[in-house]
Structure formats: structure tokens, C-alpha cells
Design a protein around this ligand. Structure first.
Ligand code: PEP
Ligand code: MG
Length: 931
């Protein structure tokens, strides 16, 4: 049987086969094949790595060794040098390189081929003893640590001592003698540690080095990196090994080494960007031992080479059709290119270069769109921490709403509001938040909670406002009464300044500088291209006129979810909502609803005005109504406090008698003042204010207790509430239809979509539909115009998926509420899972992702597919969307495109990301693999 070829020279390797040759290897082949100055070399394939790792025996397979030796003979021919030949020694580098770049994760050994004999030979040849010992000490350290497992720090310690002894500030000031001494001490270190000298046979060196690079693929660093960045075996399996002739940038002042980008990776500007060092080796640039010079200075230092580099950058870009990050070395006035790869840049540079490269004819619009990962745009849409800031993390919670914010700690929403009015920047810190805290959200720069997950009230509200939020930070213990908190054991008081980073969940003490977001013109152009390509409509979840206006600026094509309960969250509305809940009879409740309807109608009108001509989906009240009341714990505390106050007042009225007994002289001295106070207190007592307040709080407490549920998320909420309290839904339906009628009368165009939450059965839908038809008739009569509308349902319980065909008889549209549907599918509580067991599940790999964040395609997605299939059997043109948090994530968007959803809806700041992701989904639909 013919042996599989495992070794490929740079001339013969297939540049397109990165899986076989690794990214670095394939690029070296590509550069060689288009005639760029790459030092000769060859690639040992990833297949060789995998079969080596699979074998039990030690050492490389004989067939592989044979191929390597043939390739080395070829290299000797090309360079005119001999491997291990003291007269003209060939030195090579051994570098790892897998299909996906894993910077710094695997190993590299330089100057292989040096031994006692070739060192002497090279000195004779170069007449440069310093250079040769410098090269030798680098080999010994790299080979000793990577190949033989001697600790790197031990080499470093020796080197530091020698530098100290020689009073050398850095490596370059050491002379040949000191470097020779370094080599000798390094060699001794190896012998002491391994009980053997450094192998002198260069082929033995090479075999050990290759084995070490193969092994590094399964090193802890590399495994962790692959797990962190979700690099699967389909993407990269095994590392290739690149053997390349050494060229030296440290042979004198006509030598240099450097790294460069074909465009500025910070701004995207189209100019050569990089750094170089005269008389140095590549690793010196990386190690930061000496300060490199900006590449513009090379124009003066080596004008000819600078021109060559300019040419090289154009050739590299044209060939790769991507910004390149490349390494070069200048050996005795000759330029070599040692490596090239796609440049990593920040989001704004990516966007600028995309637009420029399309204008330059280098890329098509589609290619320009595909080179930007949608999630990257996050960088541009929120203020973020200055990466240059040196800071220590105090604690970590869940990254619930991206962006960074600094401010003084406040523990309640009223205080947040008052402080903000005084111009203070505050961060609202709560155990968890409730609708009544909403004014605190408006006032605060950011929100931090010790409880709740990424779909908790705090998280969802903050996201909809585009405010940074860290939720579920267990390390915080809040003492509301004392107005202080312990964060990771550090006591912090109200007024102390903290910074939260909602993109990472990190919390810092003090102010950490931030960088403001930029919504640049280039991004707008790019997103317009994306909209032309994408088929999925991108809607926003927004519930207030301000939120909707913001969504529009992000390019939302409509509102996919308006959570109407959020409209009650304003200081002047909440007391009316409470009255409505506390009402004893439907008539009494109606009175409160009559007060609420103008607010809702006006908000809807404003929303319709902003979204004129676009779809607006309005969901009827969803959460259990007790969420609008204070918790029983809070009420009990308040009642006790009021009772204490009452007793204090009573005690104060007896003060003159007490003084008479204990200190008559005081009574005499303050008689007049005391009389005024006791009179005032008597009056206060007679008004029975405390009693009234206590009694109203006690009534509220009773109500809270009667409404309390063991499992509110699975309890009296959504359509169940709408059926038991028909007045509430009727008020909302009327507000929607009247706002719509008024908007139409004013010349606007709107077809509101009334959506019913938590539906399980067609009968529930029918029930609400009856309210709608009656009110609709009424409104049309009142306004004397046609008022179009659509009626639809959320699909967020498992039964709704199973009965989607029946629901579609009445529902004209459907929206998957994947927050609840995920909860229902997994039977994981939305409120508890994310800060209890999910992190461990993710860490140990039981679940790859948090399903409340990344759509669980295999489970929840499967249910969605079934539901769509059945719903469209009943109603083939059924409009179907998704409005759970997952709907704004690129992977979910790819899936939603694949299963023919009509739209995705997400929080406003994710809209640009979703627009780009919708275009990606269309452009990559052929490669999509389900499950
Ligand atoms: C959902 O369940 O996905 C949804 C959007 O509704 P909410 O998060 O308001 O329950
Ligand atoms: Mg829901």
C-alpha cells in the first residue's frame, strides 16, 4: 500500500488546504508559489501530528523520518548549506501552526542545527562570535524548555544573573564572552536536569523538537484555548510543523526584523503600519526587550527595503484579499517574509477596511460583509472600558447588558433619582429590581444586582434601555438599612464609586476610564448592504416611545415585542396600577383602568408615529400582577417601622410628665417649647395618620399574601390573567385600537398586531379574540373609520408548539418567546438557573452554552420547527418571528433563517448585530448544517 504523503515543500503544498497544512504552512506555501521572498522550507502535515499522537510508541514513525530527511536534503540543495555541516551549517526553525490561529498557544524552536561543531564552524564563517553565541543560547533555552521540559524560569534566572554581573541593561549589550558563558551555564542546567547533555546530532534535535510541537497540540494551554473559543475538530485538528531555513536579523546593522500590517489595525487607514528593530531577532520584538521603531523610520534607515515592503504589502493583500499581519527579516540587506496571516483588528478598522476594499475593487460587498463577525459590532455600540486601564477586578456577576458605567453606589431607586437630579452619576445596586424601581433605571448609569439571571427584570429592562447591567453577583451582600454592601469582603458604603462592565460581568472599585461608542458613517453603509442581502426582517423589543425611537436609530424594521406592562412602570402610573390591583370589585377596578387608558393610548400613538408604516407587535399584560406590589417582607418592615414611630409619638406627648418627675428644672426651662411640641403631637395623633397608613399597608399586605404564588412564572400570568381580569385586557385592547384609529385619522399608516402571551389552547385565544372583536366594532363606530389590526399569539409554552396548527386557525401571526420556551423545555427556572447550576454545567461541559442566551437549537429549536411546520399547514403565509433574548444572537439568526422565520426581534442595541447576522445567514445558507 502506498504511504500517505506527510511532508510538503513550500513549492508543492496546497495553499487552500489549511486543515492539512495549518494556516501558517498554507500561507508560506502560497507566498512561495507567488514568488515572494520566503526562506526555503517544508510543512509536516496535521495528519502526521494526529497519527503520531495516536501511536503508543515513542519517537517519530520511520516513514515520517524518511520523508523529513528527503525534504532536508532538498533544503540543503536549495540553500547550498549542510544540516550539521560545520563548514557551512544549515539552521532551521521548527514552528507549530494549526488550521485556526491560536496565538502563543503552541511552541516554536529556533536555530536548530547548532551544536559544538557547527557553532565553531559558524564563527569561522561569519567572524561574528557574538551573533553565534546569541543564536546558540536561544536554541538551548527553547530546546531545553520545550523539547526537554526544563523550566523556562531557570534559564531566565541564569540569564538575569549574567546580565547583572555584566551590568547589561538588556540582551543587546552583552558581549560574546557573556553570551558564551550563558551557553555554558544553560548546557549545564540541561545536563543537571535531564542527566544527559544537549543532543549534538541535529537530526536527534529535530526529532525531539517535532515531537514536542506535536505534543503541544494536546497541552493544557492549547486545549483550554480551543474550549474557550469553541474550536472544534472540524475546524482544526492537530498542528502542522513548519521547518524553515533560518534567516537572521541580528548579524549586524544591515540586518533587522519586524512585524507589519498591510493597513493600520487601529483605524483601518490604508498605509503600511508596523515596527522594526535593527540588528535583532523576531522574538526580541515580541518580548519587548528593546523598544522597536515605527516602520515609517525604515524609509530613512533602509529606503530600498522600505520600497520592497510597500510592494510586499500590496502583493499580500491582493493575493489574500484581506488585511495581512506579516513578519519579516532583513538579513544583510535582503528582505525575507517569514509569515503572513489575516490581521486582527478592532471593529471600526474592520468596517473602514471593508468599505475601502470594496471601493478599491478588492472585495465584493458580500465578501466585505462576511469578513466582519456580527458580534464584533458590540464594541461600537456601547461605551467600553479603556483596554489600556490597569485595574483589578473586585467581583464578577453575569454580563447582563453590555457597556461600562461608573458612578456612586446607591441602594434605592428614589435616591438614584435624587442624586441624578443633582448631577451625580450613580450605579443602582439592588438585590433584585422591580417595576417600581424604573425611575432608578432612568437615573442610573448602570445597574448591579446580587440576584437574578440574564433574563431577570434588571437585565431585560437595562438591555431595552441600552444601559449596562451586571446581574446575579453572589459576591455582594447588601445591607439596605445600613446603606452598605460587602463586595468580595470589601465594605462599600453608599456614595463610594464603582465601575461595572456589563460586557464581562466584572465589577471594579473606583472609576475605570471608558471609551465612547461611535456609530460611524461607514457602519451605516455596511448595514445598508446587509439589509439588501438579508431575508429575515430585524425588529426590536421596545416598550416606550423613547425606546422605540432608539430602536429606529439602530435600524429596526418594526417592533417585534412591546411589553405593555413596562408602560405602567412610571412614577405617576404605578400608584394607579396598585389601586387597580387592590380594587375590591370590577367597578372599582374599572375606575383605575379609566385613569390608565389615556396613558397607554398616548404611548401607543407616539410609538405608531415613530414606526409609521412599519409593523408594531403589542403584547397584552404578561407578568403576574403581584409584581407591581411591594414584597411582603418590605411591607412587614414598613408596618413595623410605622408602629415604632407611632409609639415614639405617643411617648413624646408624655414628655412633660416624665420631665416633671425626673428633672423639674428642665421642664421649667423649656416649658414653652415643650408645650408647642406636645400640642403639635396631639394634633398629629388626632389625625390618625399613622393608623391610616398602617391600615392601608396592612390591606396591601393581605393582598400581596393572597396573590402570592409558589411558582409565579408558571402561575397566574399572561392570558390566564387576561381571562380572570377581563377589564385589564379590554382596557389595553381599547387603547391600542383607539390609538390606531387616531393615528390613521391623522393620515398615518399602521396595522397594530395584538399579541396574547402564555397561550396553551385555542380556547384561550378565542376568549381574548371575543374581547377584541367587540371592542374593535365599538372603536370603528366611535371613530367612523376602518381600523385594521392583526391578532396573534406568543408561542412560549410547549403545548402551544404542539398545538400550533390549531392556534393558527385564529392567530394571524406567531412569535416564539424563547425565554419562556427555554424555561419550559428544560424545566429550568429562568430566575434561578443562571446563577446557580448553569455555570457549573457549562464549565464541565454538560451544556455547551447557557440556553437562555444561546438558542438551544437541538431542543427548543426542534420544537420551533415542529410548530412552524404545523402552523403553516393551517396558514401557509403565517408570519412567524422570535422575540426571546436569543433572537439577537448570530447563531440563532442563522437557524431562524434556515427554518424560514419571517423576522427576529431583539433589544435595540443588538439590532445592528442582527442585521449583519441576517445577511451572513443568507450568504452562508448553503454551508448550514442543522444539528
Ligand atoms: C419570552 O418568553 O421569550 C418573552 C419574550 O417574554 P418575556 O421574556 O417577557 O416573558
Ligand atoms: Mg415570555
Amino acid at each position: 500500500m502506498e504511504q500517505k504523503k506527510l511532508v510538503f515543500s513550500f513549492e508543492e503544498g496546497d495553499r487552500n488546504n489549511k486543515k492539512l497544512l495549518g494556516g501558517k504552512g498554507a500561507n508560506l506555501c502560497a507566498m512561495t508559489q507567488i514568488g515572494l521572498p520566503v526562506p526555503p522550507g517544508f510543512v509536516i502535515s496535521t495528519e502526521a501530528c494526529l497519527s503520531h499522537l495516536a501511536q503508543k510508541r515513542k519517537g517519530l514513525q520511520p516513514s515520517l523520518i524518511k520523508e523529513i530527511k528527503m525534504a532536508m536534503a532538498d533544503l540543503e540543495k536549495k540553500t547550498g548549506k549542510g544540516f550539521g555541516n560545520p563548514k557551512n551549517p544549515l539552521l532551521v526553525s521548527v514552528r507549530s501552526g494549526s488550521a485556526i490561529s491560536m496565538p502563543g498557544m503552541m511552541d516554536t524552536i529556533l536555530n536548530l542545527g547548532l551544536n559544538e561543531e557547527t557553532v565553531d564552524g559558524l564563527i569561522k564563517l561569519t567572524k561574528n562570535e557574538r551573533f553565534v553565541y546569541d543564536a546558540y543560547r536561544r536554541l538551548i533555552q527553547l530546546f531545553g524548555s520545550i523539547g526537554l521540559g526544563v523550566k523556562d524560569e531557570e534559564f531566565d534566572a541564569i540569564f538575569e544573573k549574567i546580565k547583572k554581573k555584566n551590568k547589561a541593561a538588556d540582551d543587546s549589550s552583552l558581549g560574546a564572552g557573556a553570551l558564551k558563558e550563558t551557553c555554558n551555564q544553560f548546557l549545564k542546567l540541561i545536563k543537571d536536569n535531564t542527566k544527559k547533555p544537549l543532543p549534538q546530532d541535529p537530526y536527534v534535535q529535530m526529532e525531539i523538537a517535532i515531537e514536542a510541537v506535536f505534543r503541544s497540540w494536546m497541552g493544557k494551554r492549547a486545549i483550554d484555548y480551543r474550549r474557550e473559543f469553541h474550536i472544534t475538530p472540524e475546524m482544526a485538528d492537530g498542528t502542522a510543523v513548519n521547518i524553515c531555513t533560518m534567516v537572521f536579523g541580528n548579524m549586524g546593522d544591515n540586518c533587522a526584523t519586524g512585524v507589519a500590517f498591510t493597513r493600520d489595525p487601529g483605524t483601518g487607514e490604508n498605509r503600511l503600519f508596523g515596527e522594526y528593530m535593527i540588528n535583532a531577532q523576531g522574538e526580541d520584538v515580541v518580548a519587548g526587550i528593546r523598544t522597536p521603531k515605527p516602520i515609517s523610520k525604515l524609509r530613512k534607515d533602509m529606503p530600498g527595503i522600505y520600497r520592497e515592503l510597500e510592494e510586499l504589502r500590496h502583493t499580500l493583500e491582493k493575493d489574500n484579499r484581506e488585511v495581512q499581519d506579516f513578519e519579516f527579516t532583513i538579513e544583510k540587506g535582503k528582505l525575507y517574509c517569514l509569515q503572513t496571516r489575516n490581521g486582527k483588528m478592532n471593529a471600526s478598522a474592520f468596517i473602514k477596511t471593508s468599505i475601502d476594499m470594496v471601493n478599491e475593487g478588492l472585495l465584493t460587498e458580500e465578501e466585505a460583509i462576511l469578513r466582519i463577525q456580527p458580534d464584533m459590532l458590540t464594541q461600537l455600540l456601547h461605551p467600553r472600558l479603556d483596554p489600556k486601564a490597569k485595574v483589578e477586578v473586585l467581583a464578577q456577576g453575569l454580563p447582563a447588558s453590555p457597556g461600562a458605567a461608573s458612578g456612586k453606589i446607591v441602594f434605592d431607586a428614589d435616591k438614584a433619582e435624587n442624586q441624578a437630579k443633582l448631577g451625580e452619576k450613580v450605579v443602582l445596586v439592588r438585590e433584585e429590581t422591580k417595576p417600581e424601581d424604573i425611575h432608578g433605571f432612568f437615573a442610573a448609569q448602570g445597574i448591579l444586582t446580587s440576584r437574578g439571571g440574564k433574563t431577570s427584570h434588571a437585565a431585560v429592562v437595562a438591555r431595552s434601555m441600552g444601559k449596562p447591567c451586571v446581574s446575579g453577583c453572589d459576591a455582594i451582600k447588601i445591607n439596605n438599612l445600613a446603606k452598605e454592601a460587602m463586595i468580595s469582603g470589601e465594605p462599600l458604603r453608599e456614595g463610594d464609586v464603582i465601575t461595572i462592565d456589563g460586557s464581562t460581568g466584572n465589577i471594579y472599585k473606583g472609576i475605570v476610564p471608558t471609551i465612547e461608542p461611535e456609530f460611524v458613517e461607514d457602519l451605516l453603509v455596511l448595514l445598508e448592504w446587509a439589509d439588501d442581502i438579508g431575508e429575515l426582517q430585524v425588529m426590536a423589543n421596545a416598550d416606550t416611545p423613547e425606546g422605540v425611537a432608539k430602536a429606529r436609530t439602530y435600524g429596526a424594521m418594526g417592533i417585534g415585542l412591546c411589553r405593555t406592562e413596562r408602560m405602567f412602570n412610571q412614577p405617576e402610573r404605578l400608584p394607579i396600577v396598585r389601586e387597580m390591583i387592590l380594587a375590591e370589585s370590577p367597578e372599582e377596578r374599572q375606575k383605575s383602568l379609566d385613569q390608565l387608558i389615556p396613558f397607554q393610548r398616548e404611548d401607543f400613538k407616539e410609538i405608531f408615529r415613530v414606526m409609521d408604516g412599519l409593523p408594531v407587535t403589542i403584547r397584552l399584560l404578561d407578568p403576574p400582577i403581584h409584581e407591581f406590589l411591594p414584597s411582603d417582607e418590605e411591607l412587614v418592615n414598613e408596618i413595623n417601622h410605622l408602629k415604632d414611630l407611632r409609639e415614639t409619638v405617643e411617648g413624646m406627648t408624655e414628655l412633660p410628665d416624665t420631665l416633671k418627675l425626673l428633672a423639674p428644672e428642665f421642664l421649667e426651662k423649656y416649658k414653652a417649647t415643650l408645650e408647642t411640641i406636645t400640642q403639635g403631637l396631639e394634633e398629629l395623633k388626632n389625625k390618625h395618620l399613622a393608623e391610616t397608613l398602617i391600615s392601608s399597608k396592612e390591606t396591601m399586605l393581605q393582598k400581596v399574601k393572597s396573590l402570592s404564588e409558589t411558582n409565579p412564572m408558571l402561575g397566574h400570568r399572561g392570558v390566564r390573567l387576561g381571562i380572570t381580569y377581563p377589564e385589564i385586557y379590554s382596557m389595553q385592547i381599547r387603547a391600542i385600537l383607539e390609538a390606531s384609529a387616531e393615528h390613521v385619522k391623522e393620515g398615518g399608516h399602521i396595522i397594530p398586531e395584538i399579541m396574547v402571551p402564555q397561550v396553551c389552547t385555542l380556547e384561550e385565544l378565542e376568549w381574548v379574540h371575543r374581547y377584541v372583536t367587540t371592542i374593535h366594532k365599538n372603536v370603528e363606530m366611535k371613530y367612523r373609520i376602518k381600523v385594521p389590526y392583526k391578532f396573534g399569539t406568543m408561542v412560549e409554552v410547549v403545548r402551544a408548539c404542539m398545538r400550533a396548527g390549531r392556534l393558527a386557525e385564529l392567530a394571524e401571526f406567531m412569535s416564539f418567546g424563547t425565554n419562556d420556551l427555554t424555561q419550559a423545555t428544560f424545566s429550568f427556572s429562568r430566575e434561578d438557573a443562571e446563577n446557580k447550576f448553569l455555570p457549573l454545567y457549562n464549565e464541565v461541559g454538560i451544556l455547551q452554552h447557557n440556553p437562555f442566551e444561546v438558542l438551544d437549537i437541538k431542543g427548543v429549536g426542534r420544537l420551533m420547527m415542529i410548530a412552524i411546520e404545523w402552523a403553516r399547514k393551517t396558514r401557509p403565509d403565517m408570519k412567524v418571528g422570535i422575540c426571546g433574548e436569543q433572537g439577537g444572537h448570530p447563531e440563532a439568526i442563522r437557524f431562524c433563517h434556515h427554518i424560514n422565520l419571517s423576522y427576529v426581534s431583539c433589544s435595540p442595541p443588538r439590532v445592528p448585530i442582527a442585521r449583519l447576522a441576517a445577511a451572513h445567514a443568507k450568504l452562508t445558507e448553503k454551508e448550514y448544517v442543522l444539528f
